[in-house]
Write a protein that binds this ligand. Structure first.
Ligand code: TXA
Ligand code: MG
Length: 326
């Protein structure tokens, strides 16, 4: 089976209709969001959720983010404290996920929440929100890639990886944010950053007027992004904070920063020649794929500032560079 690809720009109505039809059949579809492409399925249908795990080849069942059309829909499934509500009103639709207590009346299937009494919810911007409104039920949607591979930021990335396993890919062009959503969990007065992502932690801190609590290192607990060592990994080994390039490596740098020996590199890429961290985030996964596609054994990555969206970029780079299971 080869996936049908429909452009939401040129065939908006057909994209909506076909999307809703496949979702109603319990099939997962690839869907553009502002962060990365999602592998979306009806969060209330156990067969549909199981099909997400099968399609990704994910070895274990993690809690999945449930995507909603708007704040009102979210309130059917989760309860809000005042801080979470403030964040939702400020940042939705957009790349923020809130982990909230699950309502016992919610029809979201335990396979989507890994049986937890909480649920990760977000309201995506653009076409994804429209599709959810048309479908009328929340969509569980991890990134649309084989488990352990780099997240897709274009329909082509999805087609290359999962085209044979999917019936439908909705093409919305290149994902503008480029890294997954920021995940926040509020516990009383504490605001915990479970995963840095497409909204800079500083923006959240500015709104709340106090710091958020960072995880110490990539946390392997179930409530932290269920992404252990070798997540987001290209085939080549990744070397971080490279101050020099070695012969035969692909080099990824930031802001045109000179890296010694870069003339020996097999290929040189720049995340953002202008030094714009939002542009760098948008380019990150695509450039990792391009660097990997040059066939090198090693990708050297120059330093990226750790503020703003740099926090999410460095988080994903650390995961790409982490020791591999296999
Ligand atoms: O940008 C994104 O968030 C993308 C796009 C497709 O929307 N989606 C995404 O979804 O990254 P997913 O399902 O891969 O995110 C799963 C992560 C889990 O690893 C976990 O850390 C967190 O979301 N999560 C979900 N539900 C949770 C819960 N109940 N408690 C704690 N963490 C939860
Ligand atoms: Mg992912």
């Amino acid at each position: 089976m080869a996936a049908t690809i429909i452009s939401i720009r040129s065939e908006h109505e057909r994209a909506l209709e076909e999307g809703v039809a496949r979702l109603a059949e319990g099939l997962p579809i690839a869907l553009p969001t502002e962060t990365v492409y999602g592998l979306a399925a009806d969060a209330t249908n156990p067969k549909a959720v199981t099909a997400i795990y099968e399609t990704k080849g994910r070895p274990q069942f993690n809690p999945l983010i449930c995507h909603m059309a708007d704040l009102a829909m979210t309130k059917d499934h989760a309860t809000f404290d005042s801080i979470s509500e403030k964040l939702a009103r400020a940042f939705w639709p957009g790349p923020l996920t809130l982990v909230l207590p699950l309502r016992d009346t919610s029809p979201i299937h335990p396979l989507a929440t890994a049986g937890l009494d909480s649920v990760g919810v977000r309201v995506p911007k653009g076409f994804a929100g429209e599709l959810i409104a048309a479908f009328g039920k929340p969509l569980a949607a991890p990134s649309a890639n084989t488990s352990g591979k780099i997240s897709p930021t274009s329909a082509e990335h999805v087609a290359d990886d999962l085209g044979d396993k999917l019936s439908l890919i909705l093409d919305g062009g290149v994902a503008p944010v480029g890294v997954e959503s920021t995940i926040i969990r509020v516990e009383g007065e504490r605001v915990r950053l479970l995963r840095p992502g497409g909204i800079a932690a500083e923006e959240i801190e500015a709104l709340l007027g106090h710091p958020v609590e960072r995880q110490e290192g990539p946390a392997p607990t179930i409530e932290a992004p269920g992404m252990l060592a070798s997540h987001y990994a290209p085939g080549a080994f990744v070397r971080l904070n490279a101050v020099d390039a070695q012969a035969g490596e692909a080099l990824i740098r930031f802001a045109g920063q000179p890296v010694a020996g870069s003339e020996k590199a097999h290929a040189v890429f720049d995340l953002s020649p202008e030094g714009d961290l939002a542009e760098a985030a948008a380019n990150l996964f695509g450039l990792l794929k391009q660097a990997d596609a040059t066939g090198v054994d090693k990708i050297a990555v120059g330093p990226v500032p750790d503020h703003g969206l740099g926090e999410a970029i460095n988080d994903r780079l650390m995961r790409a560079a982490a020791p591999r299971d296999t």
